[in-house]
Ligand binder design. Structure first.
Ligand code: NAD
Ligand code: 6OD
Length: 476
C-alpha cells in the first residue's frame, strides 16, 4: 500500500516517516511520511492559487460533473478501497463493502445532485417604502476559499469524503489531513481525484499527526479560510483555540455518550437487536454508538438478559484501532468494576484461538448497576460497551438522557407514536432515531449539541458552512 502526500497535483513522500501498525494483527504494516510545516504551507499556497485558476470559474453544473467523476473513480476501484479500509481499521470486510465504500460514493453523488438545478442566485426582496424608490436584492454564494478538512480514524473514508465532497461542491479548494492511524483510503481518494482531472491544487492531502504535526500546522495556518473537523471534543477545544487566532470559521463533529431509551411498550426484540447494532457495530468505534441504555423497569430484567446473551454470542467483530486505544477501553472495563458495576457480558479480551489473538480486540461488554454519577456512565469510552439502567417514568427517561455533557445522538424505542413525538424533541441531541439507528438521509442536518459539536453538516447545511452569502442590492 502506498501512502503519499498529494500537493499541487503531485504525489510525494517527503517528511519524517512514522510506522503504521495493523490493528488486526498488532504488526507493523508500513511507514507513512509526516508532512513538515513547510509542506503544509506549500499545500495551502497551492490551494490558494488554485482558487484563482480554472476551478474558480466553474459553474455548479460543471462542479457536479467533477463530483460524479470522483464517485465513478471510487466505484471503479471499489475492491482496492474496501481492502484499504480493512487494512486501515481492521473492520470486517463486509462493513467496508456495504457501508464505507458505498457511502463515500454516495457522499460525492449526493452533493453533485444537490448542485443540479441549484439557482446560482437567490432573489430575496424588493425593498420599498423607504423613500429611496426601492431596490432589488439578490444573494450569491461565494466559496469560503481554502478549507482544511481534518478527519479521524474511526470511519476514515466515510468521514473524509463527507467533508471533501461538499467543500468541493461549494467551489472551495481543500487541504485534507486524515488520521495518522488511517492513511490508506485517503491516499487512494487523492489518486481518484487526480485521475478525475481535478486541477492541481484544488485538492491536497497531507499526512501526519495532530498536535505538533500536520494537523496543528494546518489549523494554525493564516491562509486557511475554514476548518471542518471531526474528532474528539478535547481536540475540538485545541483547534478552536488555533482558529481563534485568525477568526477562522469552524464546523465541528465531536464526541458523544449516546443514550437509548427503551419504553415498556417497545417491540423488545427489535430494541434488543437495535441496541446490539447501536452499541457494538465497528466495536463501538462510531461516534453515534450507544453507551448508555435506559430501560423502563417492567422490562428491564428481560432486556438485560437478552442483550447480554446476544453480546456474548458476537464473534465477527474488529479490533480497537490501536494498542493505546485498547488500553484505554480496558481501563474503563476495570474502572467500571471498581465503581461497582455488574458485568453482564464481556469485560475482557477475547480468545479467538486464531490469528486475531495478536490484534487489539476487546469483548463486547454489557454493564449494569452503576449510578448516573459514575465516570463509566459519563465519559466517552469509544469501545463496544454499554451500561444499562432502569427508569420509571417518561420524565425521568428524558432527564437521564439529557444528564450528560454530550449531545450527539439518541435512540427511542416505543410503539406509542404520541410518546415518540413527545420525547424526541426533548432529548438534547443533534439526531434522535425512533425505532431505528443510524438511518441516514444525507440531506438532513447532522451534528451535535453541547460538547458534541458546533454547527450542522449534511445537504444544504454543509453547503451553507462551506460558502458565504453575498447580498447584492441594486438601487432602483
Ligand atoms: P482525534 O481528535 O484524536 O483526532 C482526529 C483528527 O484530528 C486526527 O486527524 C488527528 O491527527 C487530528 N488532531 C489531533 N490533535 C490535533 C490538533 N491539536 N490540531 C489539529 N489536528 C489535530 O480523534 P480520533 O481519536 O481520531 O477519533 C475519535 C473521536 O472522534 C471520538 O471522540 C469520536 O466520538 C469522535 N468522532 C466524532 C464524530 C461526529 O460525527 N461527531 C465522528 C467520528 C468521530
Ligand atoms: O453518517 C454521517 O454522515 C456521519 N457523519 C457519521 C459519523 C459517524 C461517527 O463516527
Amino acid at each position: 500500500m502506498r501512502y503519499a502526500h498529494y500537493v499541487s497535483g503531485a504525489f510525494r513522500n517527503d517528511g519524517e516517516p512514522f510506522p503504521l501498525i495493523d490493528p488486526s494483527s498488532g504488526k507493523r504494516s508500513g511507514t507513512v511520511p509526516a508532512a513538515s510545516e513547510t509542506l503544509v504551507d506549500t499545500a495551502v499556497t497551492a490551494a490558494r492559487e488554485a482558487l484563482r485558476g480554472p476551478w474558480g470559474q466553474l459553474g455548479t453544473e460543471e462542479r457536479a460533473q467533477v463530483l460524479h467523476r470522483i464517485a465513478d473513480g471510487i466505484e471503479a476501484r471499489f475492491t482496492e478501497f474496501a481492502e484499504a479500509e480493512v487494512a486501515d481499521t481492521g473492520r470486517p470486510r463486509e462493513l467496508a463493502e456495504t457501508v464505507d465504500v458505498p457511502r463515500a460514493v454516495r457522499n460525492f453523488r449526493a452533493y453533485a445532485d444537490l448542485l443540479h438545478g441549484r439557482p446560482e442566485r437567490a432573489y430575496t426582496a424588493t425593498a420599498q417604502g423607504d423613500g429611496s424608490g426601492g431596490a432589488l436584492n439578490y444573494s450569491v454564494r461565494r466559496p469560503l476559499g481554502v478549507v482544511a478538512v481534518i478527519a479521524p480514524w474511526n470511519l476514515p473514508l466515510l468521514l473524509l469524503s463527507w467533508k471533501v465532497a461538499p467543500a468541493l461542491a461549494a467551489g472551495n479548494t481543500v487541504v485534507a489531513k486524515p488520521s495518522e492511524e488511517t492513511p490508506g483510503t485517503a491516499t487512494l481518494l487523492a489518486e481518484v481525484i487526480d485521475a478525475a482531472g481535478v486541477p492541481p491544487g484544488v485538492f491536497n492531502l497531507v499526512h501526519g499527526h495532530g498536535q505538533g504535526g500536520a494537523g496543528e500546522f494546518l489549523t494554525c495556518h493564516p491562509g486557511v479560510d475554514g476548518i471542518a473537523f471531526t474528532g474528539a471534543s478535547a481536540t475540538g477545544t485545541a483547534i478552536m483555540r488555533a482558529a481563534a487566532e485568525h477568526l477562522t470559521p469552524v464546523s465541528f463533529e465531536l464526541g458523544g455518550k449516546n443514550a437509548a431509551l427503551v419504553f415498556e411498550d417497545a417491540d423488545l426484540d427489535a430494541a434488543v437487536a437495535g441496541t446490539v447494532r447501536s452499541s457494538f457495530t465497528h466495536s463501538g468505534q462510531i461516534c453515534l454508538c450507544t453507551e448508555r441504555v435506559y430501560v423502563q423497569r417492567p422490562v428491564f430484567e428481560e432486556f438485560v438478559a437478552a442483550l447480554g446473551k446476544k453480546a456474548s454470542e458476537l464473534r465477527d467483530y474488529g479490533p480497537m484501532i490501536s494498542a493505546a486505544h485498547r488500553s484505554k477501553v480496558l481501563s474503563y472495563y476495570r474502572l467500571a468494576v471498581d465503581e461497582g458495576a455488574n458485568v453482564v457480558a464481556g469485560g475482557g479480551v477475547p480468545a479467538f484461538g486464531d490469528g486475531r489473538d495478536s490484534g487489539f480486540h476487546v469483548e463486547p461488554t454489557v454493564l449494569t448497576g452503576l449510578p448516573q454519577s459514575a465516570r463509566t456512565v459519563r465519559e466517552e469510552i469509544f469501545g463496544p460497551v454499554c451500561h444499562v439502567a432502569p427508569f420509571d417514568t417518561e420524565e425521568e427517561a428524558v432527564r437521564l438522557a439529557n444528564d450528560s455533557p454530550y449531545g450527539l445522538a439518541a435512540t427511542v424505542w416505543t410503539r406509542d407514536l404520541s410518546r415518540a413525538h413527545r420525547v424526541a424533541p426533548r432529548v438534547e441531541a443533534g439526531v434522535v432515531w425512533v425505532n431505528c439507528w443510524n438511518l441516514r438521509d444525507l440531506r438532513t442536518p447532522f451534528g451535535g449539541v453541547k460538547a458534541s459539536g458546533i454547527g450542522r453538516e449534511g445537504g444544504e447545511y454543509s453547503l451553507d458552512f462551506f460558502s458565504e452569502p453575498v447580498n447584492v442590492c441594486i438601487g432602483i
